[in-house]
Write a protein that binds this ligand. Sequence first.
Ligand SMILES: Nc1ncnc2c1ncn2[C@@H]1O[C@H](COP(=O)(O)OP(=O)(O)OP(=O)(O)O)[C@@H](O)[C@H]1O
Ligand SMILES: [Mg+2]
Length: 225
Amino acid sequence: MSPLVKVENLSKFFESSGEIFQVFDQVNFTLEAQSSTALIGESGSGKTTLIHVLAGLEPPNSGMVIIDGIKIWNSKESMRAIFRLEKMAIIFQQYNLIPSLNVLSNITLQARLINALDEAFQYELISLLGLEKLLMKYPEEISGGQQQRVAIARAILAKPKILLADEPTGNLDNENTRKVLEAFEILSARYKTTILVATHSKSVAKKLDTKLQIESGKATKTVIR
Ligand SMILES: Nc1ncnc2c1ncn2[C@@H]1O[C@H](COP(=O)(O)OP(=O)(O)OP(=O)(O)O)[C@@H](O)[C@H]1O
Ligand SMILES: [Mg+2]
């Protein structure tokens, strides 16, 4: 299998009040097409920052991110936005639902924007993730775990080439975590999506093919099973 994602010599630091904080230093790794990877590392190690850099939302200070043959940081922002919409789905740590849209419209948003709404899959996901009774409610009227499942349904329904998921089960109980993992498995098996999941959960990490650990600004990849 060939890699869908190549990261070469990626460095990222933040500067605040005159001090430099290096998040990654010359990081290299690849993600194989159709693989699933657990992104692990302690709180503050840079998982969210890496997801934002891969998503084209936060620029690196140096290095290259190549996804599906596209050097995303050499493209214009407008091209990155189209690439993100058509090829990627992101489950944000803070969910990022649209407050003015109800749950159903949030779930279908990305798929509708790319003209690829699969209604049968929509009902399958709503049922799998237990969202049937929430469809007419607004994000502020539902719990954190419910919002998290809406964000997951929105991302999966878009059938992306790559899914970037930031702590997608951080607010969920064991039963809902199991259902989310089942949804990821459907995405991988049926739609051949490459999946990267930042997680603190050992049980989630165990279900994925490989592990990418960030520690002291470096990334190390290992096969889990
Ligand atoms: N905009 C920013 N400005 C300055 N520093 C930042 C900024 N965003 C993140 N950082 C710093 O970069 C480091 C990595 O943050 P990040 O959010 O990527 O960690 P994380 O691994 O996702 O943590 P968690 O598991 O708690 O979600 C942290 O030390 C954080 O303080
Ligand atoms: Mg984070």
